[in-house]
Design a protein around this ligand. Structure first.
Ligand code: HEM
Length: 259
């Protein structure tokens, strides 16, 4: 006797699995939440692919198309990208260090010394932060030189060069404010030099010095100010300027072509 099949009913386990997969796909991607984040649907045309990339804050860093000359590593040596990577490593290791360091002139030195002996991986954490900071300063200079030698500072990229200069100063300030935090002899004498430099600035000398160091002498007010600048104000500013820097690369028509 012939068995009559019910229409729409799966005939075997493969069909059953297919139906389950389709339902899961539908649940995941065809709903209000998904659509509120990704507006352009499945990107199967050049236009929708471009839309997905242009409307996503992370994907827009990598354009859908680039000039063939930019595929060559020797065009940039990824020096800007490496500088950014150093910034990320510094942020992660810096947050870890914040668990152990208290910005007090009484305890700062011991806190750092304790990292070497009492804290598991403390020395590694500190040295990662230190060496990455040195690397970032070197890399930002090398990146600037690359930009200069490829003529990428010229119009239409002159504004991004200026954004870069602010990033250079922010990197140097981050480095200087961090140098002070261990409150050891190196730090105290470095800040004494910085104190002198700030004081000899024309017009704003004394007032600038007072605001920056929280008084006429180097002590607790200076340490807490430099700490706040180092862990909050400067990294935040740098992150904002980096976002502007990356966004401008796209706005200025992608990276410069080789000369
Ligand atoms: C924290 C510091 C900085 C970061 C993280 C950074 C990051 C980047 C990245 C990722 C690029 C894409 C190309 C590449 O990887 O080399 C780039 C391009 C560029 N950067 Fe920077 N940069 C920094 C500082 C600077 C400085 C100091 C200058 C110049 C004073 C500068 C000027 C430029 C310019 C003009 C471009 C476009 C280059 C081109 O079109 O070929 N940047 N930057």
């Amino acid at each position: 006797m012939a068995v009559t099949e019910e229409p729409g009913k799966p005939r075997n386990w493969q069909e059953r699995l297919q139906i389950l997969q389709d339902r899961l796909y539908d649940r995941l991607f065809h709903n209000f939440v998904w659509r509120s984040i990704f507006r352009s649907g499945y990107p199967n045309t050049p236009r929708s692919q471009m839309l997905v990339v242009a409307t996503n804050v992370f994907l827009h860093l990598h354009p859908t198309r680039i000039h063939r000359t930019h595929v060559k590593i020797t065009h940039t040596y990824c020096l800007g990208g490496l500088t950014f990577f150093m910034f990320i490593v510094l942020t992660v290791t810096g947050v870890l260090l914040m668990f152990y360091y208290v910005p007090s002139t009484e305890t700062a030195y011991q806190d750092i010394a304790a990292l070497h002996t009492n804290v598991k991986f403390g020395l590694l954490m500190r040295n990662l932060h230190r060496w990455t900071a040195h690397a970032m300063v070197i890399l930002v200079f090398l990146h600037m030189m690359r930009v200069f030698y490829t003529g990428a500072y010229k119009p239409p990229r002159e504004f991004n060069w200026v954004v870069g200069v602010t990033l250079l100063f922010l990197t140097l300030f981050l480095s200087f404010t961090g140098y002070l935090l261990p409150w050891d002899q190196l730090a105290i004498w470095a800040i004494t030099v910085g104190h002198g430099i700030a004081g000899s600035a024309p017009y704003l000398g004394d007032e600038g010095q007072f605001v920056l160091f929280g008084g006429f002498e180097i002590g607790q007010p200076a340490l807490i100010r430099f700490y706040t600048l180092h862990v909050l104000a400067l990294p935040l500013l740098a992150a904002i300027m980096m976002a502007v820097h990356f966004w401008r690369i796209r706005r200025d028509g992608g990276m410069a072509r080789p000369l």
